[in-house]
Design a protein around this ligand. Sequence first.
Ligand code: TA6
Length: 280
Amino acid sequence: MYALKSFANGFEYIEIQNSAAHAKIALQGAHIFDYVRSGSALLWLSETSKFEEGRAIRGGIPICWPRFGNLDKSLPQHGFARIFLFELIKVEEVNERLTQVHLQLKSSEISKKIWNYDFTLDIVFDISETLSISMKTTNEDAKEFLLTQAFHTYFQVKNIENITIEGLKGVEFLDTLTDTKSVENRALKISAETDRVYLGVKRDICLREDDKEVLIHAENSHSAIVWNPWIEKCSKMSAMQPEAYKEFVCIESANAFDDFRTLKPNERYTLSVEYRMQRS
Ligand code: TA6
């Protein structure tokens, strides 16, 4: 089953329930903010998140497009797609265990005031035993454009100090807090503010906590960001309770920094990701 719903302020989302999972996807930003399978929530959502027009939801999977980060000062941090209203193209109940949701954003007068290119951005969700998302960019302009992007995924954890992140050993990373490059030499644990851009990612990443693991498989991505604000930065973040840093870690499959793409006119590029929650 699925339904188009809205909060009291008119903020619209799609609620999906099938025999494999339950999910909620906001039309603004094509922003999934709830995915639950067998009683286990994949995504963290801030208790103080706003569901307001023009404000990114804090948690779930913000879509960072057509920029990741804030290096391009001509665009908002993480681009503008996450605060634009997408059109619901189709919801298809493929079978009792798979529901496919297609949302689309096309360039407009408003978007071209921010970023002067014609484009189509198609986001397709497969809600099933796993959560898959594809993000297809089409350059509809006569000029080529540069693209950086990411699924800025907030993973729910019981206690940030109990997790390990595997699959990044041997990968070079930029520590954005110190602007220094190093090579990861172990399974990553979080015990302080962490904001790292891994470049040259070639394997699946595994987020492990106790007997729960989340397998992260990305296609057409060779960069991933690991972020946790820890105590001090958490206290300064919008729509985040002071203790929230204990409950989530962001592992963001991306085309970011050196892993950027340039799309020629009429060229298409798809970044996709699949999340599988399981017990080890
Ligand atoms: O992906 C990590 C990061 O760039 C952090 O530096 C922090 O700014 C985070 O994203 C959240 O950014 P936002 O714009 O969503 O508050």
